[in-house]
Design a protein. Sequence first.
Length: 337
Amino acid sequence: MKTGKKNQMYFDRRKFLQIVAVAGAAGAGWALGLNRNTSRYKVVQKSQPMMGTILNLTLYGPEKNVLETAVETTIDRMLALERQLSRHDEGSEIATLNRTGTLSQPSRDARTVLELARFVNDKTRGAFDVTVLPLVKLQQSGKVPDRSSIQEALALTGFHHLTIGEEKITLARAGMGITLDGIGKGYIVDQGVEALRQNGFGSAYVEAGGDLMVTGNKPGNQPWRIGIRNPRPSSSGELMVLKTSNHAVATSGDYMQAYAADYSRHHIVNPRTGYSPPELASATITAPTVALADGLATAAMVMGHKQSIAMLKNMPNCEGYFIDKDLHHYQSAGFSG
């Protein structure tokens, strides 16, 4: 579906991660400025460096000690996962796998997120592939890679070279490496939301720089309203508003880490060609979990809008909204704005 509207979307994944969790519908209204009667509620706020950015967590509720416990439990869980899954942490499981080619006795979380990555790889016919790290490093080098360098990096990619087992995870070729940048953050946010649920916070708004989860509803049993803006901030246009409840939303875009002024080179790489995909400026996916939405949004950037819409027809409870580089937009049949 194509329209003449130019819808605005701008999320900066690198600048901040914000969590607002609320105990009950009235608290949700307070957090969004919908209800100014706050005398019944306490507030606990904490900021924490995490995943290359700052985690800001705010909880509202009637008992401060309960809020503080929920905050600490959530942060502890997310930090522990970051230490396991970040390729930038030399002591992490992923860094160990990349350095040695083998990870013995992998954690349940490492296996779970990699199996989810395999699922997304299968569903997108290889458009999402965590083994693209050699190609990503080429794009991040600061210079335009030549064809021979890309061919060498392509020889070190391919999900079929990654073996995931309960006792061991292995990479088949020396020089291979994986990156969870397109799915790991979503998994960590999902686990943070689960920690909040276990502490009794069933209504929450979680944003991770373009990836977010909403659980429960706003006051009056109303769905959450999520604004999707233009990927080119200099262009004017109407605001697209997505209404949703109990859903994850993830956006991937060429502007989030661009290596060329015309956005022809950026952090998303086509695993088949080694180059950044040319069609889309951004892709937004709604799904049951943030990790799934995150992975599918990354894959959609590679696939383009037609293949992505066709793929989503076979993905229950997943929908998509896409903006190309000319700012035309497209959406799957079930995407509701």
